[in-house]
Structures are given as structure tokens and as C-alpha cells.
Ligand binder design. Structure first.
Ligand code: ADP
Length: 270
């Protein structure tokens, strides 16, 4: 991966983003941060994991480096590499190294997607050594107290090759995330989309029905993110059917029969 392609590596500069807690996750994150412990967030896509980390980073006043992991992401992408600049080679830190140097928070989204050599880097960083080894430069960086490693993964994807090994898993405190309860989700959808609270009610009902189906014909239920998209389109004046088609039905499945079943579900919800 070239450095230019790393657009997802964004230090968070916003004000404290909006986040509605579901349980004790804020206290858990604060304790993990205060004690230098890494944290693993498990849960389906679009349920608020990333938003939670952004919120916590802002709340703790820490810079955040987010890396969206993919199957080509290697240890070098996280640590850094020598690059040719104006005829000379120059070492350029990757996002993980920067986070360690600055005492920032590094969030590895969908960490199980990354290449296997990433685990080797994470191990000394996630036990009491809290050390990042940079083989290429011979540096051994001791993480300062503010540094925290957060990772997420989606246990719903049943991929045997992409399971997290116990030896890595057992280095993290872990918390399960799920879609917010209906009242919370409704408030979140209304707040994020600008759609009137009352008009979001059927969307939340529809989500409940679709999620009850998931596992049967759908790989995964509709995410809070998609509900926000749908509500945003509706708030923008798009007709209900068109909005749901683009924001819920099409993103959920490629199967024509399942789409028809979802349209029936829509028809009985409004
Ligand atoms: P994930 O990282 O789990 O895939 P995100 O954090 O990107 O999901 O969440 C998707 C969207 O859902 C966010 O942009 C945010 O608008 C909204 N969201 C989900 N849960 C919450 C919550 N508890 N509080 C505020 N916003 C939320």
C-alpha cells in the first residue's frame, strides 16, 4: 500500500462527536486507557463501534489514528517504511508508530482482515512490555502512558481463515457491541439524519423485523448506519419506497427473491 492510499488514517480533529452509550462501555474504555490495556470491540458492521472510539478519543483528549484493515494490510503498513524522496531514502512512520510516539489511540478496524504478520507486531505491544519493535530501523519504542490500542472485528462473518487466534485475542479486554435498543436507535437515527423523531419510528420497527430474519436469508441484519442513510434520504424529500430501496433493500442483498420478501416487509410496516 502506498502512503497516498492510506486515506483512512485520519487523526481525529473534530469536536466531541455524538455518542449514546448502551452499557458500561465508557467506563471500561476509560479504565483500559488509564491502565494501558488494549481493548477489542466485537460486533456487527454499522452498530457504532467506530463512533464510540471517536467519541472516547475526543473525550480523553487523545489523537486518534484509525486504520481500516483489509487483507493486503501488512505490518509495514502499520509500522512504516523507507521511501525514496528526492533521491534519498527516508524512513516514514506508519500510523501505529505515530500513535505510539505521540501517546495517541490507534484503532484497527476489522483487525482480523489484516495479514498474519500484523499479529507479530501487536503481541509485544499488547502485553506488559508495551513495546513496538521496528526491525527495519532497529528501534524499540516503549509506549507512553497515553497510548492505547483498540481493535474491532465482526464475529458474524463466518470465515474460518479469518478467526482471531486465541493467543492474540487473550491480550485484549473485550466488549460486545450490538445494535442499540429501539429507543436509543430511534434517537440516534433522528439525531444523525435530521428526520423528525416520529417519522423514524417505522424505520426502527422495520429494522427489528429484518434483524429477526437475519441468518436465514440475510447474512446480516440492517445496520444503524443504513437506517441513518434511509432517514437522511427521507428527510431530503425522497419518496419512502425509493429511499428504502436504495438505503436498505439493495445494500442488504443481491438475491431477487429476498428483495421481494423485504419489500413485503416494508409494505406491512408502514
Ligand atoms: P461500526 O464501526 O460498528 O461499523 P459506526 O461507528 O460507523 O459503525 O456506526 C455507524 C453510524 O451509526 C455512525 O456514523 C453513527 O452515526 C451511528 N451510531 C451507531 N450507534 C450509535 C450510538 N450509540 N450513538 C451515536 N451514533 C451511533
Amino acid at each position: 500500500m502506498t502512503m497516498n492510499a492510506m486515506t483512512d488514517m485520519k487523526p481525529e480533529t473534530r469536536q466531541i462527536p455524538h455518542y449514546r452509550p448502551a452499557g458500561n462501555e465508557i467506563a471500561l474504555f476509560e479504565m483500559a486507557h488509564a491502565n494501558g490495556l488494549p481493548l477489542l470491540l466485537k460486533g456487527p458492521t454499522g452498530c457504532g463501534k467506530t463512533r464510540f472510539v471517536e467519541y472516547m478519543a475526543a473525550r480523553l483528549g487523545r489523537r486518534l489514528y484509525t486504520v481500516a484493515c483489509h487483507d493486503d494490510l501488512s505490518a509495514a503498513d502499520l509500522i512504516g517504511r523507507y521511501l525514496l524522496r528526492g533521491g534519498a531514502t527516508e524512513w516514514v512512520d506508519g500510523p501505529l508508530t505515530r500513535a505510539v510516539r505521540e501517546g495517541a489511540i490507534c484503532y484497527l478496524d476489522e483487525v482480523v482482515e489484516a495479514r498474519k504478520d500484523v499479529a507479530v507486531v501487536l503481541h509485544p505491544l499488547t502485553d506488559d512490555r508495551r513495546t513496538l519493535m521496528i526491525d527495519r530501523t532497529g528501534e524499540e519504542l516503549k509506549a507512553p502512558p497515553g497510548f492505547m490500542l483498540v481493535a474491532s472485528y465482526n464475529p458474524g462473518y463466518q470465515n474460518v481463515l479469518k478467526r482471531m487466534k486465541p493467543s492474540t485475542r487473550q491480550r485484549f479486554l473485550s466488549a460486545s457491541f450490538d445494535f442499540p435498543d429501539p429507543a436509543t436507535e430511534q434517537a440516534v437515527v433522528a439525531q444523525e439524519s435530521g428526520l423528525d423523531l416520529a417519522r423514524t419510528a417505522p424505520l426502527i420497527r422495520l429494522a427489528g423485523r429484518i434483524r429477526a430474519l437475519s441468518g436465514m436469508d440475510l447474512e446480516e441484519g440492517v445496520s444503524t448506519r443504513l437506517l441513518i442513510y434511509a432517514a437522511t434520504l427521507i428527510a431530503g424529500g425522497m419518496g419512502l419506497d425509493d429511499a428504502l430501496e436504495a438505503a436498505v433493500i439493495e445494500p442488504l442483498t443481491d438475491d431477487a427473491d429476498v428483495r421481494t420478501a423485504l419489500r413485503d416487509l416494508v409494505a406491512t410496516t408502514w
